[in-house]
Design a binder for this molecule. Structure first.
Ligand code: C2E
Ligand code: MG
Ligand code: MG
Length: 798
């Protein structure tokens, strides 16, 4: 039962055909034996059948080829010349033998042998029934034609049915075909040649039979040529279609799905599949997708075994597919490049904008959409100091930390440089955005270890929330049309708002978050406006310098002054550097400002030195950007000679890694050679190491006011300040303590070995007249009451 259930319908049909064929032969054998088994010259028909059946007319069908054998010409000749039993036995032997030598599957050969006997028997029976055989007559001719037609029709029907059952093609596609009438005519024509071979020896000499050789060979060769041509045509058109659909395929899976269909068409196979196992015997296959090692395998063909042309066609098909797979892979990689950040693999700015738009468009009713704009704090110095490899480690670490702060489905993007952004969609509670922001700030605050150092990197986060539209509105308003443009604009605004809020978070002191407020937009605009106004401010005479004394802490003698820049803004009043120097630095305006400032400070220094009748130190602050070319050196070289020229001192702030700017380092050395003093400003708040202090040719170390500020209040601050001073001493660098606001600090600093001091307690910054006033006494009295108040204009808040 089990074995029976495994028999497929087409196999059942084939077996039935074989059984019927054998039965027909067996039924004939007793009569043939009764006739004395004479075969005689009829035996000649056997090699002729075997020869002719090697040249069938093959009709190519999608589910399998239909072969029409011209050997039926011999059948009609046998039917006309011999009794039914003899003709059938000879025909059966010839049919079986030609299938024995055929290079086909055993199953196909069995089926064909059975079919040949069955339909041959049928055709002979019909011819016998029509009668008139053995005598040249119209009746005999009709019998021949009808017998041949019956043979052709039965063969066509049974083969077509079997193929349809095997391949799953619709049977009428195989049976009713436009080639059917032509094939029938061809078949009848060949059968007529067989009848002619009977007629000729009846009335003419036997040798005339040889006249039939040429037309027979011509027909057989023509049949073969037709078959080859149509095989090529089918293969080519199937390959063209495969190439066309491969070009249009949208995904590798879609391409592979269509591949089996194309393989069936190209090879005219009943079945094709993609599988891991290589092709078995009689199957044909080729490896596809070199990496995953799968095979495209086609089942054996029933009619014809695969030949070289089939293998070449299959290879061509595989090449088409391979090329399309490569194209898709490249397209995928290019899309990934275009849509994601190559370093972190996060979404890039373009995709992030699209995701915001998508989140706004598809938000669940009543939910909010939030964008968190994150900018790393103090990333640039890390990149400068540890190179891009170090910077990359920090960026990757931060990308991981940020990704862990959000829910699945939220988007984390790297917008560029040290800017990241998070998109939180479908928030039920808008405050969730600030909770995530707090998580992000906390996660980023953990130190990152690089080259054995813990880097204090944090993140400033700006939060902007697009609140859910209110459900109930008392005023009936017409709904605003939502267009792709309006959604894109809303996405842009949301990102821009988060960016503005991030700036506020930074301004508030870094490592924190700030929720967007509409007032920030006007602030940002005013920043842009301020920058515009700063351009040319020096030319309009709006910039001015104030001088703060630097005092010898032992004697109170004024050693010199630090020149501090101020901007007399036409509307906002006097602005301190913090309000515009970072802006000027960002916009590259410091060179323009320096062109005015340095000669001005020098000129004032000459005045003050002349007044004091000794050379004073004049400290001028420079940004590291100004040390990237020789401009400052040229400027200093261009200063006019003056009898009372001051000693110029350039103050470079410590948070900038001069040692990682090779050009700046060589420039500082040349400045030193030109007799310019170099001060390391704000020492203690940046990253500098002792090695850094030793390598860069500084002459003075200005200790940041954060060290001085704690003096006398916190024993640990005292100890720290003493340690820093001890370090300066060991490096033989004179120290200037900044930010002395209390004269008690002077005593402590002096005791700790600090030589110079600067601070409100010793003298506030004031204009050059105020500085001259201070110099009139020659020294600062370290008594608080004796320090005069500056006559400088009143300072406005930045
Ligand atoms: P700095 O070079 O460390 O300058 C000292 C700053 O400390 C000045 O602030 C000064 O007014 C302030 N200061 C002095 N004594 C005390 C004190 O006792 N207590 C407190 N709280 N502050 C004190 P200012 O003028 O606002 O300058 C700030 C910074 O701006 C400067 O720090 C310097 O880095 C920068 N800067 C000033 N002028 C220029 C310039 O012309 N070019 C560049 N690139 N930067 C400048
Ligand atoms: Mg300074
Ligand atoms: Mg300073």
């Amino acid at each position: 039962m089990v074995a029976l259930r495994r028999v497929k319908p087409y196999q059942a049909l084939d077996l039935l055909v074989v059984a019927l064929g054998i039965t027909a032969l067996l039924l004939t054998l007793p009569r043939w034996a009764a006739d004395g088994c004479p075969l005689g010259w009829g035996l000649l028909s056997i090699p002729i059948v075997m020869l002719v059946s090697a040249f069938p007319l093959v009709l190519l069908r999608p589910g399998g080829d239909v072969e029409i054998g011209f050997d039926a010409a011999v059948l009609v000749a046998l039917g006309v010349l011999l009794p039914h039993s003899q003709a059938l036995v000879l025909w059966s032997i010839a049919g079986i033998l030609s299938q024995v030598i055929a290079s086909k599957r055993l199953w196909a050969r069995m089926f064909n042998a059975g079919l040949v006997i069955l339909v041959g028997g049928l055709a002979l029976s019909i011819m016998t029934i029509i009668g008139g055989l053995g005598h040249t007559s119209a009746r005999e001719f009709v019998a021949v034609l009808v017998g041949a037609a019956i043979y052709f029709t039965a063969d066509w029907l049974i083969t077509g049915l079997s193929l349809a059952l095997e391949s799953g093609e619709r049977w009428h596609r195989l049976l009713f075909d436009r080639d059917l009438p032509v094939s029938m005519v061809w078949f009848l024509g060949i059968s007529c040649i067989g009848y002619l071979a009977v007629l000729l020896p009846r009335s003419l000499p036997l040798w005339t039979l040889s006249l039939l050789t040429v037309p027979t060979i011509a027909m057989l060769v023509a049949a073969r040529a037709v078959r080859r041509a149509s095989e090529h045509q089918v293969r080519l058109s199937a390959l063209f279609d495969a190439a066309k659909s491969a070009q249009g395929a949208e995904s590798p899976s879609a391409l592979l799905d269509s591949l089996t269909g194309h393989a069936r068409r190209v090879l005219r196979s009943s079945h094709a599949a993609i599988r891991v196992a290589p092709p078995a015997e009689e199957e044909i296959g080729i490896r596809i997708g070199a990496e995953d090692g799968r095979w495209l395998v086609c089942a054996p063909r029933s009619a014809q075994p695969y030949d070289r042309a089939d293998r070449r066609a299959l290879a061509a098909l595989a090449t088409i597919v391979e090329e399309s797979l490569v194209r898709m892979r490249m397209a995928t990689e290019m899309t990934a490049l275009a849509t994601s950040d190559p370093l972190t693999g996060l979404a890039n700015r373009t995709v992030f904008r699209q995701r915001i738009a998508g989140a706004l468009e598809q938000r669940r009713p009543g939910t909010h959409v939030a964008v968190l704009f994150c900018d790393l704090d103090d990333f640039k110095p890390v990149n400068d100091r540890f190179g891009h490899e170090g910077g990359d480690v920090v960026l990757l670490t931060m990308a991981n930390r940020l990704s862990r702060c959000v829910r699945e489905g939220d988007t984390v993007a790297r917008l560029g440089g040290d800017e990241f952004a998070l998109l939180l969609a479908n928030l039920d509670d808008p405050l969730e955005a600030t909770r995530v922001a707090a998580r992000v700030v906390a996660a980023a605050a953990d130190p990152i270890y690089l080259a054995g150092r813990a880097l204090p990197i944090g993140v400033s986060v700006g939060v902007a929330v697009d609140l859910a539209p209110s459900k109930t509105s008392k005023v009936q308003t017409r709904a605003k049309p939502v267009t792709p443009e309006s959604i894109a604009a809303a996405a842009s605004t949301l990102l821009g708002n988060a960016d503005l809020a991030m700036y506020q978070a930074k301004a508030k002191g870094k490592s924190g978050y700030q929720l967007f407020a509409p007032a920030m937009r006007t602030e940002r605009l005013s920043r842009i406006e301020l920058l515009e106004q700063l351009r040319g401010a020096a030319g309009r005479g709006e910039l001015l310098l104030e001088y703060q004394p630097v005092v010898d802490l032992a004697s109170g003698v004024i050693d010199g002054f630090e020149a501090l820049l101020r901007w007399q803004h036409p509307e906002r009043g006097l602005l301190l550097p913090a309000a515009f120097i970072p802006l000027a630095e960002e916009a590259g305006l410091l060179t323009e400002i320096g062109d005015w400032l340095l000669p001005r400070a020098y000129a004032d220094g000459c005045t003050l030195s002349a007044f004091a009748e000794r050379q004073l130190n004049i400290g001028v602050n420079v940004s590291v950007r100004q040390l990237r070319d020789d401009h400052v050196l040229d400027l200093i070289n261009g200063l006019p000679y003056h009898r009372h020229a001051p000693q110029l001192m350039l103050e470079v702030t410590e948070s900038v890694f001069v040692e990682d700017e090779p050009y700046a380092l060589s420039l500082l050395e040349r400045l030193r050679e030109h007799g310019v003093l170099l001060a390391l400003d704000d020492f203690g708040i940046g990253y500098s190491s002792v090695a850094y202090l030793r390598n860069v040719p500084f002459t003075v170390c200005k200790i940041d006011r954060s060290f001085t500020g704690g003096l006398g209040q916190d024993p640990r601050a005292d100890a720290l300040c003493r340690a820093v001073l001890a370090m300066c001493e060991s490096l033989t660098l004179p120290a200037v303590a900044e930010g002395i606001e209390d004269l008690d600090q002077v005593t402590m600093l002096r005791a700790a070995g600090c030589q110079f001091g600067q601070g409100f307690a010793l003298g506030r910054p004031g204009d050059v007249y105020y500085a001259r006033e201070l110099l009139r006494n020659g020294r600062i009295s370290l008594e608080p009451a004796a320090i005069p108040a500056p006559r400088a204009p009143r300072l406005a808040r930045p």
